[in-house]
Design a protein around this ligand. Sequence first.
Ligand code: ATP
Ligand code: MG
Length: 583
Amino acid sequence: MTEILRLKNLYVPTLKEDPADADIASHKLLLRAGMIRKTASGVYTFLPLGYRVLRKVEGIIRDEMDAIGAQEIMMPALQPAELWHESGRWDDYGPELMRLTDRHQHGFCLGPTHEELITSLVRDELRSYKQLPVSLYQIQVKFRDEIRPRFGLLRSREFIMKDAYSFHDSQESLQETYDDMSGAYGRICDRCALTWRAVEADSGQIGGSVTTEFMALAESGEAELVHCKCGYAADAEAAECICHATLHRVEKMEKISTPGVHTIDELAAFLDIPASSTVKALSGMSGDDELVVLFVPGNHELNDIKADRAIPGFRFLTDDEMISFGLHKGSMGPVGLPEGARIVADRNLRGVPQWVVGANEDGYHYVGAQLGIDFQVDEWADLCTTVPGDTCPECGCALEGARGIEVSQVFQLGDKYSRTMNATYLDKDGKEQYFIMGCYGVGVTRTLAAVVEQHFDEDGIIWPPSVAPAHVCVLPLSADDTVMNAANDVAAKISRMGFEVAIDDRDERAGVKFADADLIGWPLQVIVGKRGLEAGKVELKRRRTGERREVSLDYLDEVMTFVTRKMKAMPQGGTNLFASLFE
Ligand code: ATP
Ligand code: MG
């Protein structure tokens, strides 16, 4: 039997009103339910109920990590600058890295991630291929001086991460651990009752190329995704863009006067054709100072990451530079560009024989500019950000759009860190080899907030039982002895059955208790009132659906026993755990 939570003495300062500076559900509700408090911008304190939920989420993660043979360790948050100099990230990481100097003038940082530290940890002591593979993880506080801390726990400056690192002597071995970790990450999301998608992603700061992000679907998410019925899902920025650029057919190229037309929308409206039948031009410089003009379908946006991949070091021209090259913003096109300009076009335009495009002259456009006749394209590339309605690269169906919260990510690092930090082992021929590494991170506090983003209503949080601060809250509706004693008995009885139980034994009106119970989000409420007791009954309320049912006290054990049998499995975080009580 776990200890019963007594609200009378528990520090749960609930708030009636929405806090002024909180604009999304998880932030508002975690504050209002007395689970967290803001200490500074992007820095939060966990109060008893919030901390219980945090430990539940940690427990699920720990369980899944241990199950795939990862070993828990605890590294320091304070990391010596030398390690970051070795990897080159002291300079590369930028202002997000929280840096400090000790009294002896030694540089340190507060770890935003631990690749450097773990690589230095194993490089002298993990020596033989016989010791590999090894996976080490920790659940620990991380620091990132985010430019815009916001959305409460979703983007904070101090947060909890589970970070794991694996060391291998072959790509196959890395792949195996990567697959195990990905499996575990999916189960962590399931056990936290998250609706999620595993998406292809760009590897950004950490480096390496093979990576998957786990996204909890939510309107408040910062990531834009595309996904398909076939199971394909990707970050809209990273997804291969396959779209249908439409043809506006005319007999031959014709220059037309388009006074005042500067944007694609204006051009499409002026000609009364869809934006997909126009071609957008953008000008820039490559890393080798070569003038490049890019063309994309008019209804799509150029993607910076893809532009940089196609043209290393790509940057846009300034307005002044455009003028100096004789380019006309708002009416650029492939016909009559300055000598030597490199033309790179999106692959989707390859099948469009005639383009509606700028005429390199203010107030004029071409219709029917013929590819291969009126102009040539030097290179074709995947250049655009994918949008809903584009074609799924796996099955050809139309993609759907969604927003997501990145709760976790897995990376194959290869030898990026072992090489720069000279971390080697001896292979079976006694030769030194760089470790092949993987790294894997779950945002623990972000996951907690993502759960709230998916499980709430206008009255408050609806915790899935797997992470709820307790499964059941008993609500005595008055302070008189019969009611209190009966409520205490019921609480003790349910607790003995293996549920985590709270009792609202505060000297408060029934209305206040009801409102707080809904706000805090206990999955099941057991309401004990004077009138019910006279008939030997209590009332059950399921928070998720609002369903209510009276049961006789004698019958309560029997009903609840049925549920205890399902406690072990708890699929989907136990969201249906109490459903059978109301059938
Ligand atoms: P983001 O793109 O959202 O800034 P990231 O890709 O930089 O995140 P990772 O380096 O992949 O983050 O860190 C692993 C996990 O840590 C993320 O998937 C996320 O859940 C969590 N995380 C990262 N930054 C924050 C933050 N500022 N606040 C809370 N959690 C965070
Ligand atoms: Mg990430």
